[in-house]
Ligand binder design. Structure first.
Ligand code: GLA
Length: 385
C-alpha cells in the first residue's frame, strides 16, 4: 500500500477499554490533536491563527489514590512513571511522562489542590506528524486531573497551565495555538485566535457542505519541536521585532519590515506580517463561501514558509506540488515545519485520486508511505465517560 489511512478510532470503545484498566476511575477525557488552516509561526509573534481540532485525540482516565503519588502508564508504552507530586519540578522529569507530570506541576502552581492519582493514557494522534500529539496529551491529562480533584474548571483556564507544562517541564517551547484549540475547538468551526489579547472566535468551517474535503497528509518526515529549528525561527522573530523597536512583529507594517537591514531577518519578518494578513483573508473568504480564494491563500502561505521562513522540506513540497497538480484548490504545510504534515483542500470526488498521486510520488522517491487522516473540524477537550 502506498498510503496509510489513519482512522481516529471509536471514542466510546477507546474510553471503555481505558477505564477498565483502573479501579474506580473518575472518568475518561479526550483532547484532540489539531491542524492549523493558516497562520503559521504567528502565535508567539502576537498574531492570528486559524486551527481546527482533529477527530484524532488522546484519551486520559484517572483514579484517585490514597497517597500523594502520581503514576502514569500508556497503552502505547511499556514503561511506567511514578513520583511524589511534590517532587515534580522543572528539570526533575524527562521523556514522555514529563508532559503529564508537567500538567500536575502547572495545575498545582495555578493553585489547584490535586490528590495522588493513577493516570492511564491512550494516544491516537500520530506522534511526530506535526499534529500536536503533545497538546492532546497535556490537555487530556489536565481534564482528568481536574476531575480527580473534584473541581469544575472552564477550559479557558487550562490554556496557561497546559502551555507551562510543555514549556517549563517538558522543555518544548510552544506559542499557545495547539493547547488553545485542543481545549476550545468545536465541530464544524475553526478557531480564530488573536494572540495580541488571547481572544478567540469560532469561524464556520464546513468544506464537506461545499463538496470539498480537507486532507491532512502526514509526510512521516522527521519533526521535533524540541530541536533547534523552531527556537531559531522564534529568536529571529524576536530579533527583528527588537531592531524595529516593537514588542512583537504583530505591530510591524510592511514598510517597517523593509527597514530591516539583515536579509534573513527581513524574510522572517515578511513571512510573519504577510501570514497574519493571510489569516484575515481566509476568514473573509470563508464568510462569503469563496473556497477558491481560500485555496489561493493556502498556496501563498506555503510559498512564504518555503522561501522566506524556510521551514518546509522536500517531502512537504512534494505533497503540496502533487496535490495542486492533481486539482487541489490549494495546499500548504501546516504546524511547526521541518517535516510533519501538509493540508490540501480538494474536491471530495477527486480526493482519492490526489491521495493516490501523493502516495505514488513518495513511492517513486523511495520515501515511506505517507499517512492520510480525515479531518472534519471536531470537538475540543471533553469528558467521554
Ligand atoms: C508549533 C507550536 C505552535 C505554533 C506552530 C507554528 O505547533 O507548538 O505554538 O507556533 O508550531 O504555527
Amino acid at each position: 500500500m502506498q498510503v496509510d489511512h489513519v482512522p481516529p478510532g471509536d471514542p466510546l470503545e477507546i474510553a471503555d477499554a481505558l477505564a477498565s484498566r483502573l479501579t474506580d476511575p473518575v472518568g475518561v477525557f479526550a483532547a484532540p490533536g489539531r491542524v492549523n488552516l493558516i497562520g503559521e509561526h504567528t502565535d508567539y509573534n502576537g498574531g492570528l491563527c486559524l486551527p481546527i481540532a482533529l477527530p484524532h485525540a488522546t484519551y486520559a482516565a484517572a483514579a484517585r489514590r490514597a497517597d500523594d503519588r502520581l503514576t502514569v502508564t500508556s497503552v502505547q508504552r511499556e514503561d511506567r512513571f511514578e513520583s511524589r507530586l511534590d517532587d515534580i519540578a522543572p528539570g526533575a522529569v524527562t521523556g514522555w511522562a514529563s508532559y503529564v507530570a508537567g500538567v500536575a506541576w502547572a495545575l498545582r502552581e495555578a493553585g489547584h489542590d490535586l490528590p495522588g492519582m493513577d493516570l492511564v493514557i491512550d494516544g491516537r494522534v500520530p506522534v511526530g506528524g506535526g499534529l500536536s500529539s503533545s497538546a492532546a496529551l497535556v490537555c487530556s491529562a489536565a481534564l482528568a486531573m481536574i476531575a480527580a480533584a473534584g473541581e469544575d474548571v472552564p477550559p479557558d483556564d487550562l490554556v496557561s497551565p497546559t502551555m507551562r507544562a510543555e514549556s517549563e517541564i517538558a522543555g518544548a517551547p510552544t506559542g499557545g495555538m495547539d493547547q488553545t484549540v485542543s481545549l476550545l475547538g468545536t465541530t464544524e468551526h475553526a478557531l480564530l485566535i488573536d494572540f495580541r489579547d488571547h481572544t478567540t472566535r469560532q469561524v464556520g468551517w464546513d468544506p464537506e457542505a461545499a463538496g470539498l474535503t480537507l486532507l491532512v497528509i502526514d509526510t512521516r518526515a522527521a519533526h521535533a519541536l524540541v530541536d533547534g529549528g523552531y527556537a531559531a525561527r522564534r529568536a529571529d522573530c524576536e530579533a527583528a521585532a527588537a531592531q524595529l523597536g516593537l514588542e512583537t512583529l504583530r505591530a510591524a507594517t510592511p514598510a517597517d519590515v523593509d527597514r530591516l537591514d539583515d536579509d534573513r531577518l527581513r524574510r522572517r519578518a515578511t513571512h510573519v506580517v504577510t501570514e497574519i494578513a493571510r489569516v484575515e483573508q481566509v476568514v473573509e473568504a470563508l464568510a462569503v463561501g469563496d473556497w477558491a480564494g481560500v485555496g489561493t491563500v493556502f498556496a501563498a502561505s506555503h510559498a512564504s514558509m518555503r522561501d522566506d521562513f524556510e521551514i518546509s522540506c522536500p517531502e512537504l513540497d512534494v505533497v503540496v506540488e502533487t496535490a495542486v497538480a492533481q486539482g487541489a484548490l490549494g495546499a500548504r504545510m501546516t504546524g511547526g515545519g521541518f517535516g510533519g504534515s501538509a493540508i490540501a483542500l480538494v474536491r471530495s470526488d477527486g480526493a482519492d485520486r490526489i491521495v493516490d498521486s501523493v502516495g505514488a510520488a513518495f513511492g517513486e522517491r523511495g520515501w515511506p508511505a505517507p499517512g492520510v487522516l480525515p479531518a472534519p473540524a471536531s470537538p475540543g477537550a471533553h469528558r467521554v465517560r
